[in-house]
Write a protein that binds this ligand. Structure first.
Ligand code: ADP
Ligand code: ZN
Length: 745
């Protein structure tokens, strides 16, 4: 009887396929990789289980093709992680191959994977027992070089050939010793490690952090410790104001869990936050801590993935994709800054790592702690309803006051100083005072570049992206205008492309302009900028943040990268250049995001001994998300926002699925989206809204129309969408399905 397996291949949207295992091939395990024919090529896939081919016996299974080869004799992906990846594929309505590829080390499903293992190895020499004896006596007689080599090897537990070579001991000598039975030569794996993962020196396993818990921390630990120890699934929100010391709570919980022989996964929202988080955990827990994120080289990520897989690691610190880290016996998952939008992947598979973390904790019988000063609407809703435990830390460590927040209405500033005011008088004064006291300031503007657009004063047109419906951003230092969506760039023109007029003026401003302005107004200050333009190089963000932490930079200007997590005790002033950037977006989460960003960035001030101040510039100072952020109260914001979401039927009041249809023309995209909508309408359990042109109606050269599905449950919406796409296979490649969309564009 033929044996069949179900195989996920890394092709978008493709369901698992059935293959036959030839009789002379060992059975490939679930979670192991196989090479399989697909069309006229061979691809690497992952076995997800046994398959029962439909209609077997009735019709010959000639259409079912054979597995070409088996790459893993044992599961590469541990069964629980395989199960998690399959859950993600179903929930987010994408193909299992995509989610399994996200869970595997880099390139594990590439063609290169079929050529063999990707470990780095070196040849090592070690002395045999006979060799050790020989090193101690002068028998058998040996040449000087051979004796030197043997003496070195007798003391060590195997030495790499490159290291021996550097000591003048060559391969030929070692081969001669091997022939005499005094030395063995073998191949050893060398794990590549990212710089941030290397031993930080001070680490001592179990070395107790010297901090005495605050009253808030004590209460939080008293509530969370039993949940961690219970060995059952539980989700808890740790709602702690900025500077309340959430990290210390995570550390102590992690230490308990490790001491009980279980493992810990810590998710942070930004690659730039991993080095600090990893070294904090290493100081408290020793060397069995590693990192996983997409900023590592493929080799480093691969080798650390395998260390985790082999059980050599107790704590993994990483970004979104680390939610799939192959840790066994998980006891605790921490999702720090759980509200952060970067936990959602904005390309397929469009998973939200926080939500996947909760599912993973349930599957592992673990505690998942979601930490934030500004919880997402979803998480707080779950805490309110009692689905999640909720632990509050309402005061800062040492009772430090929260920063005083002042809103500056920008309308009178513009009336007094012209349309392009970057720094209000209030913010300039506050900066001058901060610098005079020798303290540091952070300035936030969530928009890169020098100017938002280049406008022709003669014909009134702006320089637009040929591929997207946006204007090009001016980058002055680079002398270019660039699209922030598709990265299309041109040299900054001197004349208008439409009317050849010579008067081009810049409109709006970004971080580069703020940097210029601050540097001009405060020539004595050291000013630096951190955004995606300045930190393209690997490690650049961490280096800049280090310089700021060491006090080598007085004013740090940046996008939301500076609003997250960092702890700089000498920062006493935070300036928000424009609170309105996020509010301008046509997005039901605009208020939530603005509230979170303002609260978080205000929380960066006054974390040391001196009190802090935040100055928030806005053209809409009366907007409720600006108002509540300035009052630094969460609950009233949540209540107001939930009322709005209920009225307009948005998450978390309902579940939502978004589908974007791309086409060569807007009419075409709208017609196709209309076709999908008519297949969906009338199905029970949800409403269909649209089709309507998407906010970014042109993106990367394609026209876009969208549909929204809203209902109490996701399953009927997902099932109906997938059925509609099966009925219109011509659309599959042009439709993006986003379950629980975070931003709509
Ligand atoms: P949060 O993540 O809640 O904003 P952090 O965990 O970054 O806060 O802690 C804020 C600061 O307080 C850090 O500098 C931390 O070292 C310090 N801290 C935390 N707990 C204590 C404590 N129990 N005693 C003294 N300092 C503490
Ligand atoms: Zn573009």
């Amino acid at each position: 009887m033929a044996r069949h397996v179900s195989v996920a291949v890394p092709v978008p949207f493709l369901p698992a396929l059935t293959y036959r295992v030839p009789d002379d091939m060992p059975r490939p395990p679930a979670g192991g990789r196989v090479a399989v024919p697909l069309g006229n090529r061979v691809v690497t896939g992952c076995v997800i289980g046994e398959a029962v081919p439909e209609g077997i016996g009735a019709s010959p299974d000639a259409a079912i093709r054979d597995v070409a080869s088996c790459l893993d004799r044992e599961a590469l992906l541990p069964p629980p992680v395989l199960e998690l990846a399959l859950w993600v594929a179903e929930y987010y309505a994408c193909g299992p191959g995509e989610t399994i590829a996200a869970a595997l080390p880099p390139l594990a499903l590439s063609a290169a994977a079929r050529r063999g293992p990707r470990f780095r190895t070196e040849r090592v020499a070690s002395a045999t027992p006979l060799g050790r004896d020989a090193a101690r006596s002068d028998r058998p007689p040996l040449g000087r070089r051979q004796r030197e080599a043997l003496a070195a090897l007798a003391e060590a537990d195997g030495l790499g050939l490159p290291a021996l070579g550097r000591r003048g001991i060559g391969a030929a000598t070692l081969v001669r010793l091997e022939r005499r039975g005094l030395v063995t030569l073998a191949t050893r794996r060398v794990d590549r490690e990212p710089p941030e993962g290397r031993a930080s020196g001070a680490a001592s396993p179990g070395g107790a952090p010297a901090l005495e818990p605050t009253a808030d921390q004590g209460r939080a630990l008293a509530a969370l410790r039993p949940l961690a120890a219970a060995g059952r699934f539980r989700a808890a929100l740790l709602h702690g104001v900025t500077g309340s010391g959430k990290t210390e709570v995570y550390l102590r919980l992690a230490r308990d869990v490790c001491a009980a022989g279980r493992r810990v996964l810590v998710l942070v929202p930004e690659i730039a936050l991993t080095p600090a988080a990893a070294s904090t955990f290493r100081r408290a827990l020793g060397e069995r801590v590693t990192v996983q994120h997409s900023g590592l080289s493929d080799g480093e990520r691969h080798d650390q993935w395998h260390r985790i897989r082999r059980g050599e690691v107790d704590v993994v610190v990483g970004t979104r994709s680390a939610v799939f880290a192959p840790l066994a016996s998980l006891g605790l998952i921490v999702v720090d800054e759980e509200h952060d939008a970067s936990y959602k992947q904005d390309e397929s598979p469009r998973y939200h790592a926080r939500d996947v973390a909760v599912v993973r904790a349930r599957q592992a019988g673990a505690l998942v702690v979601l930490g934030s000063a500004t919880p997402s609407m979803e998480t707080y809703h779950n805490a309110r309803s009692g689905r999640y435990a909720c632990v509050v830390m309402g005061t800062r460590v040492h009772e430090r006051p929260l920063a005083a927040v002042r809103v500056v209405d920008m309308r009178p500033e513009v009336a007094a100083e012209g349309p392009d005011v970057v720094l209000s008088r209030a913010l300039r004064d506050a900066l001058a005072e901060t610098l005079a006291r020798g303290e540091q300031a952070l300035l936030l503007l969530n928009r890169r570049g020098f100017a938002s657009a280049l406008l022709c004063r003669q014909c009134g047109r702006t320089l637009e992206c040929p591929n997207c419906s946006v204007s090009l951003t001016v980058h002055r230092a680079a002398g270019r205008a660039r699209c922030h969506y598709c990265n299309h760039g041109v040299a900054r023109p001197r004349t208008c492309g439409h009317c050849a007029g010579p008067f081009l003026e810049t409109v709006g401003f970004g971080t580069e302009r703020v940097e210029t302005e601050v540097a001009e107004r405060f020539p004595g200050a050291s000013v630096a900028r951190i955004d995606r333009d300045t930190v393209r190089r690997r490690g650049a963000a961490a280096a800049l943040l280090d310089r700021f932490a060491r006090g080598e930079v007085d004013v740090l200007i940046g996008t939301q990268m500076i609003a997250k997590g960092h702890d700089f005790p000498n920062v006493t002033l935070v300036g928000v250049i424009s609170a309105d950037v996020g509010l301008a977006l046509a997005d039901f989460r605009a208020s939530e995001r603005t509230f979170q960003l303002l609260t978080q960035v205000a929380g960066r001030a006054g974390r040391g001994d001196r009190p802090g101040e935040a100055v928030v510039q806005s053209f809409h100072p009366e907007h409720y998300s600006v108002g509540y952020a300035c009052l630094q109260t969460y609950e009233p914001f949540f209540d107001a926002e939930l009322r709005y979401r209920r009225q307009l039927r948005y998450p978390p009041a309902v579940a939502m699925v978004n589908a974007v249809v791309r086409g060569r023309s807007l009419q075409g995209a709208m017609a196709d989206a209309g076709g999908l909508a008519s297949l969906l309408r009338g199905r029970p359990g949800f409403d269909v809204l649209g089709p309507a042109p998407a906010p970014m109606v042109r993106l990367r050269g394609q026209h876009r129309a969208q549909l929204f599905l809203k209902g109490a449950h996701r399953r009927p919406m997902r099932d109906a969408l997938l059925a509609a796409l099966r009925a219109r296979p011509d659309l599959r490649r042009r439709v993006t399905v986003d379950v629980d969309p975070l931003s709509v564009r």
